[in-house]
Ligand binder design. Structure first.
Ligand SMILES: Cc1ncc(COP(=O)(O)O)c(C=O)c1O
Length: 404
């Protein structure tokens, strides 16, 4: 049939979280108070100096196409920022600017993965990793990690998952959805394994600036030998650090030959990220850091509130995350609790628990099974302190009532 949709759509999962967010929107429309714990973006305004820079840039002519891989100014600013953050030399030619980090990852999937290739993805994972791999016909190899091991991939588990077909390993640190981050020793252990195996390491460091309690964030690029660095790709962007999700600017830092391939791919798809957004990103990267630090401190305080509030719900366990703005809590103790919203009348899975919390307490969290970890729920604390306190108090009361 000539009008059939492409077969690749048959292997791509629609978002498993849509049902919960659609119901949350419907309840909100009915006037119910909904606590938005599903969000993946900072609730802060983009700092004023960045918005001002965008306005100035528009009047100065940032209204046209730019070079495919980004303006020279932005590629230079990204390279300088990476050198400051990672302590490793970075040439502007290694940087390709995309329409967000998600797009940078998608370009990479097109440039690197083929049918037959295996891409190792530790679970819990960010939802787009396996789906992007599937879209291009390659195979995601999901490797489970354990909460008691800090949700970190171990060298032994990595070694076991590697095969001659492994094309890449994707690591996200700090992680969406768990908030856990790799300490230096843990990362070194993985790099030792990868030294011996010829594949790419894709390090998604989009949350690198959001770490708490003095956690020492370290990049794989900083620790790797010069030889291994040739196989490391860093993904980063302005969305989370500078509260700039709507600007849609992300990038990859790769060896120059890969950057050239990404340039070819992008030249036949999006051409370039919006000129005005690139100018805003230059301002962010080169600008003062006090607003970033102020946002980080607010997130740090909220993280403690969120974790304490979750732990106060009877039976719920929650590891204190090192970074990002998510808490990933174990709700399995709620299995068996009576609920009018569960199929059997009793809660049996994380989707039912998420529905219960939404209907009974107005808490919109994301079921862990969307990230490959059933029994858990992801709570974003990119929302106000009042929302965190009030929503979790409501959740606690709802669970206590159901237990009676
Ligand atoms: C782990 C991770 N990587 C990449 C992205 C993409 O960010 P953006 O496309 O806004 O740059 C996100 C956004 O949620 C994320 O959580």
């Amino acid at each position: 049939m000539s009008t059939r949709l492409a077969q690749r759509l048959e292997v791509v999962q629609p978002s498993a979280t849509l049902a919960v967010s659609a119901r949350a929107a419907a309840l909100r429309a009915q006037g119910r108070t909904i606590y938005p714990y599903g969000v993946g973006e900072p609730d802060f305004e983009t700092p004023a100096f960045i918005r001002d820079a965008a306005k100035v840039a528009l009047d100065a002519g940032a209204t046209r196409y730019t070079a495919v891989a980004g303006t020279p100014d932005l590629r230079k600013a990204v390279a300088a920022h990476s050198e400051r953050a990672r302590g490793v030399k970075c040439a502007p030619e290694q940087v390709v600017v995309a329409v967000g980090a998600k797009h940078a990852l998608f370009d990479l999937a097109l440039a690197l993965y083929e049918p037959g290739d295996e891409i190792i993805i530790p679970a819990p994972y960010w939802v787009s990793y396996p789906e992007q791999v599937r879209i291009v016909g390659a195979t995601p190899v999901i490797v489970e990690t354990k909460e008691e091991e800090g949700w970190l991939l171990t060298p032994a588990a990595l070694e076991k998952a590697l095969t001659p077909k492994t094309k890449a390993v994707i690591l996200c640190t700090p992680s969406n959805p768990t908030g856990s981050a790799y300490p230096e020793a843990a990362l070194r252990g993985l790099l030792e394994v990868l030294e011996k195996h010829d594949c790419w390491l894709i390090a998604d460091e989009i949350y690198a600036a959001l770490v708490y309690d003095g956690f020492k964030q370290v990049s794989a690029l900083s620790l790797a030998s010069e030889k291994l660095r040739e196989r490391i790709i860093v993904i980063d962007g302005v969305s989370k650090t500078w509260a700039m999700t709507g600007f849609r600017i992300g990038w990859s830092i790769t060896p120059v030959h890969v950057a050239k391939a990404l340039d070819v791919i992008q030249s036949q798809s999006t051409t370039n990220a919006a000129a005005v957004a690139q100018a805003a990103a230059v301002a962010a990267l080169n600008g003062p850091t006090d607003s970033v630090e102020a946002m980080r401190l607010r997130f740090e305080g909220r993280r403690t509130r969120m974790v304490d509030g979750l732990r106060a719900i009877p039976g719920v366990k929650c590891r204190a995350p090192e970074g990002a703005f998510y808490a990933f809590a174990d709700f399995r103790a709620l299995y068996g609790l009576p609920s009018a919203h569960a199929k059997s009348g009793k809660l049996e899975n994380d989707l039912e628990i998420a529905t219960f919390l939404l209907e009974e307490a107005g808490c919109a969290a994301v079921p862990g099974s969307a990230f490959g970890a059933s029994g858990y729920l992801r709570f974003s604390y990119a929302t106000s302190e009042q929302n965190i306190d009030a929503g979790l108090a409501a959740a606690k009361a709802a669970v206590e009532k159901a237990k009676r």
